[in-house]
Design a protein around this ligand. Structure first.
Ligand code: PLP
Length: 286
């Protein structure tokens, strides 16, 4: 595939970054993942806005303007195959002369963007739950609101999930649910949808925001509240959301059925609305 690296378009195996790049040495960078449906980026503006926020929060200067970012993403989609793609964008603080935690001013950020085509089959399994989850103590840092490339915490947690033989991990801090290892969490209680409040401990998902919009449009109750572990266990439904997985229904939690143990009606409705409106949106954008 063709990737973008610091102003150049290159075959992926020719794209090279210095070993003194702070992204490599410290995980000192931020990223985004944007889905492409029917060759149109989905919610690109929201993803770029969040990227700009992550840059701002980490003090990495935004190397490009909104138009330049859009141009790069559009060109990346054009140069790569597949109606459905997943775009990865990464900005690191840049390359220094030597390894030091403290960074000098005036570094030039390293900008990388690539695309991966998503096969229809993979897409169908994504939309074809049910999934199982385990609860895990959230051992990541306390700034989950920044989409940082320092993902060792998530990597270790994902390994625990894989070793448990289950599909997903639902994380908690002091007994309160934060999010998934790479997704947001929702529960349903008597037809009401609940998701954890926005905080420094979790990433405000673009998919989460989209679910809020759909709920408002279809008069479905969606509240932001703390979800304790016992509340999670007693929920009628549990969902997880992310750009790549869209909305997943979790029907088994820590080896026990969630609600009836089958996919719930509120998830079914929301998942249908998601599919409907995601295609509507790109037809109106075109
Ligand atoms: N939370 C974390 C930690 C994530 O890594 C992600 C996405 O990868 C999300 C939430 C969901 O965000 P989005 O819906 O914008 O993909």
């Amino acid at each position: 595939s063709i990737v973008y690296l610091d102003g150049k378009w290159l075959p992926s195996d020719e794209a090279k970054v210095s070993v003194f790049d702070r992204g490599f040495l410290f995980g000192d960078g931020v990223y985004e993942v944007v889905m492409v449906y029917n060759r149109q980026p989905f919610r690109l503006e929201q993803h770029l806005t969040r990227l700009f926020r992550s840059l701002d929060q980490t003090g990495i200067p935004n190397p490009l303007g909104m138009h330049e970012w859009r141009f790069i993403i559009e060109r990346l989609i054009d140069q790569n195959e597949g109606d459905q793609q997943s775009i990865y964008i990464q900005v690191t603080r840049g390359v220094t002369a030597q390894r030091s935690h403290t960074y000098p001013t005036g570094l030039v950020p390293t900008v990388f963007a690539s695309s991966q085509s998503i096969s229809l089959q993979k897409k169908d399994t994504r939309r074809n739950p049910p999934c199982s989850a385990i609860t895990l103590e959230d051992l990541r840092w306390a700034r989950g609101d920044i989409k940082s490339t320092s993902l060792l915490g998530s990597v270790l947690l994902k390994k625990m999930v894989a070793e448990s033989g289950k599909d997903e991990g639902i994380l908690y801090r002091d007994g309160i649910v934060t999010e998934g290892t790479a997704s947001n969490v929702f529960i349903v209680e008597k037809q009401q949808i609940i998701t954890p409040c926005v905080s420094d401990f979790l990433l405000t998902g673009i998919t989460r925001d989209f679910i809020f919009e759909l709920a408002a449009r279809y008069q479905m109750v969606l509240l932001e509240e703390d979800i304790s572990l016992s509340r999670l266990q007693e929920a009628d439904e549990i969902w997880m959301s992310s750009s790549t997985a869209e909305i997943r229904a979790i029907t088994e939690l820590d080896g026990l059925p969630v609600g009836t143990g089958k996919i719930g009606p509120v998830w079914t409705r929301m998942a249908k609305l998601y599919q409907k409106h995601k295609s509507e949106l790109f037809s109106t954008c075109a």
